[in-house]
Structures are given as structure tokens and as C-alpha cells.
Design a protein around this ligand. Structure first.
Ligand SMILES: NC(=O)c1ccc[n+]([C@@H]2O[C@H](COP(=O)([O-])OP(=O)(O)OC[C@H]3O[C@@H](n4cnc5c(N)ncnc54)[C@H](O)[C@@H]3O)[C@@H](O)[C@H]2O)c1
Length: 312
């Protein structure tokens, strides 16, 4: 779809993935009119350096969408509280805000003839057997992932309603995303594993690895994720799609790959996993339907993504 001259809202546009999407659309479609809603809870204004559009610095839940946007052509919904490691007391807020902001946007989109593409997560599969398939093994192990699954359940009720109006409604279950602009997420809790391992190894330190390092992840480069969002506007069906490479890589192998890239020979420092209860041990996407209906497949494997992203 040509996004020039389209009115586009990107929620969570100051965050890692949202900001990559904002700036890619701005570059590729200079005549697109882009709006960002972000409450800057985990995003950062520096991620939007070079952005020429408008920003509403507020919680999606508190924005009167009708007032601000009499018309929008497309919404890319990336905003969410993305903490997977939270206390029991924080769970209600995560679940409430993530689900209700989605519901508001969904109702706006349906009543204003707006396409809606939104971020879901591989977290919905919890520790089900890989490779993970949409519709199977959807048993999240933390409140964040639960909120994503409920979003998807709601979306399933709306796919046909959007279809009848010739509108796209597509949910993308990202696996473990890494790439530029995750820098501002980086705290003890956040930032991709790739970034965390790299930051330690770049300083010549042994990377800290939980457990025995045999746990596996399907790492997906942010440029592939951005492309999946754009392709969703041409999706053959309204559906949920896995966005991963289809190949799981262990944390030990990831350290090897980074060692090769950096020219180092650092051994992991193994530590007991403090997050055992809410942890996913093996994620791997089945991307058969993503290829078929979204016409998407990843362009970057881990080595290629790391080379594009990091400095040796
Ligand atoms: N990064 C990953 O590996 C990954 C994996 C699976 C799914 N996702 C999903 O992708 C989306 C983007 O994730 P990210 O990695 O860029 O995270 P991020 O934390 O960098 O970005 C989320 C952004 O949303 C904003 N935000 C949060 N709640 C909001 C609200 N109620 N109203 C307005 N703004 C709000 C934050 O300030 C932040 O800028 C999220 O929905 C996340 O659940 C990410």
C-alpha cells in the first residue's frame, strides 16, 4: 500500500520498535502524515530524533481519539507496558492498560474505517512445545503475555467485522526483537538479550547467562519486524501471524556468535535464573502462514542482523 498522503497513527512511537517504524515510514513515504501517541513510560524522545510529525505525549487510554483524529487511514499499535518481570501488585495495571488501550483503538478503527496493525507477542505461547503455531499452545506465563493473548482473543472476534468493511486487522506475534533504538530500554530488566550480552562482552566482561545457557530463542531483527508491519496492509487475510526467523538459537550459541563477531573468546558466567516462574525456555516460530498470507519472510539471520546493527 502506498502510504503517501495517508494519515497514520503510531502508538508507542517513541519506543524501540515504534520509532523504527515511524522513521522508516517517514523516509519511504515523505508525504505520509504521521502522528505518535506515547506516554514515554519506556520510550525516549531521542528515539524520534529527526521525526517531522506530531506527538501526543499521553497514555492511549487518556486520549480522546475522536477529538484529535476525525480521520485516520492507518493505526500501527505498538504501545504496551512491556515489562515481563513485575510484582504481583503491578499485574492489574499491565493487564488493564494493555487490553483497554487496544480495545479503544479497535473500536475507533472499526467506526472510522481505519486499518489496524498491532503488536502481539510470542509470549502468548509460554512454555508450549516449539515450533509455536497460531491457535496452538497459547498458555502465557506472565501478566504481560496474558494481556497480549487477551488482545488477540478480542481481535479474533473482530477479524470478520473488519473484513466486511474491506479493512485490515492484523496482529503480529513478534519473537525476540533486537536492533537499533533498543538502547533506551536497557535496564536490568529490559533490552534484548543480544544487546545485554553484547554490552558486557564489548567491555571485555564475561556475559552473564542464566541457567546452563541451553535455553533457546528465536531472534528477529527489527528491520524485518518493520517490514512485516508494512506488509500487513496487503495481507491476504485478517489474522494473527508469527514474526520470527523459524530458527531457535541457544544463549550459548549466541555468545559464540558474538565472540566471533567481536574477535573475543569470552566464556559465559552462569548464574541461577532469578525469573524462573515467568521465563520462556524455548521459543521458535512456525512461520508457514506468515509466508503464505503475509508474503513475509525474514531477510536477516542472527549473524546478518548483528553485523547490520552492532560495531565490532
Ligand atoms: N521487543 C520485543 O522483543 C517484543 C517482542 C514481542 C512483542 N513486542 C511488542 O512490541 C511492541 C513494541 O515493543 P518495544 O520493544 O518497542 O517496547 P518499548 O517499551 O520500547 O515501546 C513501547 C512504547 O509504548 C509506550 N507506552 C506504553 N504504554 C503506553 C500507553 N498506555 N499509552 C501510550 N504509550 C504507551 C512506551 O512509552 C514505549 O515508548 C509492544 O507492544 C511489545 O509488547 C516486543
Amino acid at each position: 500500500m502506498d502510504l503517501n498522503k495517508k494519515k497514520i497513527l503510531i502508538t508507542g512511537g517513541a519506543g524501540f520498535i515504534g520509532a523504527n517504524l515511524v522513521l522508516e515510514i517517514q523516509e519511504k513515504y515523505p508525504e505520509a502524515e504521521i502522528f505518535v501517541i506515547d506516554n514515554f513510560s519506556s520510550g525516549h524522545f531521542q528515539n524520534l530524533s529527526g521525526f517531522k510529525g506530531d506527538v501526543i505525549a499521553n497514555n492511549v487510554l487518556n486520549v480522546d481519539l475522536d477529538k484529535f483524529f476525525p480521520k485516520l487511514d492507518i493505526i500501527f499499535h505498538q504501545a504496551a507496558i512491556t515489562d515481563t518481570i513485575i510484582s504481583r501488585d503491578e499485574e492489574q495495571k499491565v493487564i488493564y492498560e494493555n487490553i483497554e488501550s487496544f480495545r479503544n483503538l479497535l473500536n475507533y478503527a472499526l467506526s472510522h474505517n481505519t486499518h489496524l496493525v498491532y503488536a502481539s507477542s510470542s509470549g502468548v505461547y509460554g512454555n508450549s512445545a516449539p515450533p509455536m503455531k497460531v491457535g496452538e499452545g497459547e498458555y502465557p506465563v506472565n501478566a504481560y503475555a496474558f494481556s497480549k493473548l487477551i488482545q488477540d482473543n478480542i481481535a479474533r472476534e473482530y477479524f470478520d467485522l473488519f473484513e466486511k468493511k474491506n479493512l485490515k486487522l492484523v496482529g503480529l506475534r513478534y519473537f525476540v526483537v533486537y536492533g537499533p533504538k533498543e538502547y533506551y530500554k536497557v535496564t536490568e530488566k529490559k533490552g534484548s538479550l543480544i544487546w545485554k550480552l553484547y554490552s558486557q562482552m564489548k567491555k571485555g566482561k564475561s556475559p552473564i547467562v542464566f541457567g546452563d545457557g541451553k535455553q533457546k530463542r528465536d531472534f528477529i531483527y527489527v528491520k524485518d519486524v518493520v517490514r512485516a508491519n508494512l506488509l500487513s496492509l496487503n495481507s491476504k487475510v485478517n489474522e494473527l501471524f508469527n514474526i520470527g526467523t523459524g530458527k531457535a538459537i541457544s544463549v550459548n550459541e549466541t555468545v559464540d556468535t558474538l565472540n566471533k563477531f567481536l574477535g573475543t573468546n569470552l566464556k559465559p558466567e552462569y548464574q541461577e535464573n532469578p525469573f524462573k516462574d515467568s521465563y520462556q525456555y524455548y521459543t521458535e516460530a512456525d512461520i508457514t502462514t506468515t509466508k503464505k498470507y503475509l508474503n513475509w519472510e525474514p531477510k536477516y539471520n542472527l549473524e546478518q542482523g548483528i553485523k547490520d546493527y552492532l560495531k565490532p
